[in-house]
Design a protein around this ligand. Structure first.
Ligand SMILES: Cc1cc2nc3c(=O)[nH]c(=O)nc-3n(C[C@H](O)[C@H](O)[C@H](O)COP(=O)(O)O)c2cc1C
Length: 365
């Protein structure tokens, strides 16, 4: 008789391919409900700069990016397609000068054949690369050694630890013991020889989450808010015996990404924020940076392209870059870094629309 842990390992390995099939067959897994479209920026008919002079590059964790884009964590595993997807994403990131994160590496500890899909450094020698593990695994036998191995395998510059209580709660095989996790994350982060970035996967981080972890020394957070990929909806499809609608009930649960960024404004002098969750254009990227992000992540927008070819991924990246540069030009902003937390670029009335208390308290010019 096989142990529950071994059964969970098998499930982890097939899950990644299953998730791609679900996303391809249900367009509503992308909720398109962040609220970014309700935010308007201050157009300038006299921007007083030359479009060609706009510099969208940034430095993040000591590496120069051609513009502030991260291809967010998606995949990896023993199936050939998963390795191909990571290779295309890594090579496209290298060619265009953006950052890249592999998907959860838990599977490589149960399926050695999956490891090669995470060995991305040879495909992206100069790229800012991130490893990835589920934080809740620190309550399931994982520890510093696993984190070090994940980082080493990816040749990574940093480690994403993802928090996904909603997803785990809907999953039939979910790990739902999140007790005492903050201390365990801190312990690993203090002993690891590269930065740990704490992220959600599409329901957002609250100010209380960030406060708890800032006290414990974490400095990088990816809000990964609601309004984009819905893991609750994806897990609903995966639940064979029926979840009695729980996954659908909670498919839009969480902090919409712009709202999460605003709620984290009080921490801006102590933390570096990444925005992800429903960003779908260079315009969304500019808005996310104005709301406080230093880097912008997108996952789903690259999935279909990566299933086709590296060239398609590069095309998408360059499309987002052109959109981003055009927005900077129209704002009269010469450098991408000038956007970060610069609320004077917002139209005065836009943030109160969503009835967010945090926003009403903000003094927006
Ligand atoms: C196919 C797919 C697989 C994902 N797998 C992971 C993962 O393994 N680890 C993780 O931290 N996030 C994972 N995510 C979440 C993304 O990194 C991101 O935080 C979230 O999807 C929000 O971004 P989006 O709306 O642009 O997709 C995955 C997303 C997608 C679409």
């Amino acid at each position: 008789m096989r142990s529950p842990a071994s059964r969970r390992g098998d499930t982890t390995n097939v899950r990644k391919s299953e998730v791609i099939r679900i996303i391809q067959s249900d367009l509503l897994t992308d909720r398109r409900g962040t609220g970014f479209d309700r935010i308007r920026l201050r157009h300038h008919a006299l921007p007083e700069i030359n479009l060609n002079e706009v510099d969208p590059s940034i430095i993040f964790m000591g590496k120069k990016l051609s513009f502030p884009l991260l291809i967010s964590s998606m995949t990896g595993g023993s199936a050939r397609l998963l390795r191909t997807i990571n290779r295309r994403l890594a090579e496209a990131a290298e060619e265009t000068g953006v950052a890249f994160a592999v998907g959860s590496q838990r599977v490589m500890f149960t399926h050695p054949a999956a490891r090669a899909s995470f060995e991305v450094r040879p495909w992206a020698p100069h790229t800012l690369v991130f490893a990835n593990l589920g934080a809740v695994q620190l309550n399931n036998g994982f520890g510093l050694r696993h984190c070090q191995e994940a980082v080493r395998t990816a040749g990574a510059d940093g480690l994403f630890l993802h928090l996904n209580p909603l997803q785990e709660a809907i999953q039939p095989e979910g790990n739902t013991n999140f007790g005492g996790l903050a201390d365990r994350i801190a312990e690993v982060a203090h002993r690891l020889n590269c930065p740990v970035i704490l992220k959600e996967v599409g329901a957002g981080l609250s100010p209380e989450d960030v406060s708890q972890m800032v006290k414990r020394g974490i400095r990088y957070f990816d809000v990964a808010g609601a309004g984009g990929t819905s893991w609750s909806r994806i897990e609903h499809h995966r639940t064979k015996e029926g979840d009695e609608g729980l996954g659908l009930l909670l498919q839009d649960w969480g902090w919409p990404t712009p709202r999460a960024l605003l709620a984290l404004r009080p921490f801006r002098d102590r933390v570096t924020l990444i925005a992800s969750g429903g960003l779908r254009s260079g315009l969304d990227m500019a808005k996310a940076m104005i709301l406080g992000a230093s880097l912008c992540g997108m996952a789903l927008p690259f999935l279909a392209a990566a299933c086709r070819s590296k060239a398609q991924v590069i095309r998408k990246i360059l499309q987002f870059k052109r959109e981003f540069v055009t927005v900077l030009f129209l704002l009269g902003v010469r450098r991408a870094t000038y956007l970060i937390g610069n609320h004077s670029l917002l139209m005065a009335d836009v943030l109160s629309d969503e009835g967010c208390d945090d926003r009403r308290r903000e003094a927006i010019p």
